[in-house]
Design a protein around this ligand. Structure first.
Ligand SMILES: NC(=O)c1ccc[n+]([C@@H]2O[C@H](COP(=O)([O-])OP(=O)(O)OC[C@H]3O[C@@H](n4cnc5c(N)ncnc54)[C@H](OP(=O)(O)O)[C@@H]3O)[C@@H](O)[C@H]2O)c1
Length: 249
């Protein structure tokens, strides 16, 4: 029986992905900053472990407790839609610490076991914003574009050891906690110079009348990456992400 370890399982895509793999009889290590057993169905194939991807000790402890894994899903992430001019450097650090460096640190920590066993899959959840230069997400988009670039290069480095690397690029999903969790990182929304742009972008972010992404789309894309060796390195998830990927080709 295969084992997947997923980061950021307290809500949204991570939680749905954990459910999806459990339903398909995998062993699931669902990690969260604050572990909660009650968000997932009870199963003897489920383990819920504490993991903060910005904390090196926490990474070590979680991987030790998890034991051997077959697939790592770097899903934990944080957003911020705000004018870059008013984005504090501390916010840029928060975005890169979680989205970029957290992903890189976990990846580095699992590589020895994957290389020694000559197999393993790493799935990095980035964003369809990397397909398009959208406003108000400059720092967030940069943190995710860095993961795309990281994944592509590392794939060329560790493919020789049987390790597969993928990026799943979800579209806009108003159904997760992403917007609420982003709010504390958003500054400058009231600034007059950006008012028109902010109003326009914010109205679009919550619009469910146009194609958008469901958590299930992301779970399916991660599943495909994990289980199909012929799947492409970049997998858009959600109707909007698929349309943007096609435009970018
Ligand atoms: N929703 C969208 O529109 C969208 C679109 C494209 C890409 N994405 C990406 O998809 C991923 C999942 O987002 P989501 O939409 O499911 O949002 P979400 O509901 O806010 O889930 C994000 C998860 O990441 C966790 N997290 C944040 N910082 C962490 C840290 N330092 N260590 C470990 N876990 C941490 C959160 O845990 P806590 O509960 O502890 O905060 C939460 O479980 C993110 O990487 C996001 O950038 C989202």
């Amino acid at each position: 029986m295969k084992t997947v370890l997923i980061t950021g399982c307290s809500s949204g895509f991570g939680l749905e992905t954990a459910r999806y793999f459990l339903e398909r009889n995998w062993q699931v290590v669902a990690t969260m900053r604050v572990p909660r057993e009650d968000v997932l169905p009870p199963s003897d194939r489920l383990r819920v472990l504490a993991l903060d991807v910005t904390d090196a000790e926490s990474i070590l402890r979680a991987l030790e407790a998890a034991g051997p894994i077959d697939v790592l899903v770097n899903n934990a992430g944080v957003g911020a839609a705000a004018p870059f001019e008013f984005t504090p450097v501390a916010t840029m650090h928060a975005l890169f610490d979680t989205n970029t460096l957290g992903t890189m640190a976990l990846t580095q920590a699992v590589l020895p076991q994957f290389r020694q066993r000559a197999e393993g899959v790493i799935v990095n959840v980035t964003s369809s914003t990397t397909y398009k230069p959208l406003p108000l997400v400059a720092a967030y988009r940069a943190s995710k574009a860095a993961v795309n670039a990281f994944t592509e290069s590392l794939a060329a480095e560790v493919g020789q050891f049987g390790v597969r690397m993928h990026v799943v690029l979800p579209g806009r999903s108003p159904e997760t906690r992403f917007g609420d969790n982003a709010r504390p990182h958003m500054h400058g929304l009231q600034e007059a110079a950006y008012a028109g742009l902010v109003q326009h972008v914010m109205a679009g972010l919550g619009d469910t009348s146009v194609p958008h992404t469901h958590a299930r789309d992301v779970a399916e894309a991660v599943w495909r990456a994990a289980t199909d060796p012929a799947s492409p390195m970049h997998i858009p998830a959600g109707a909007d992400a698929e349309a943007w990927a096609a435009e970018a080709r």
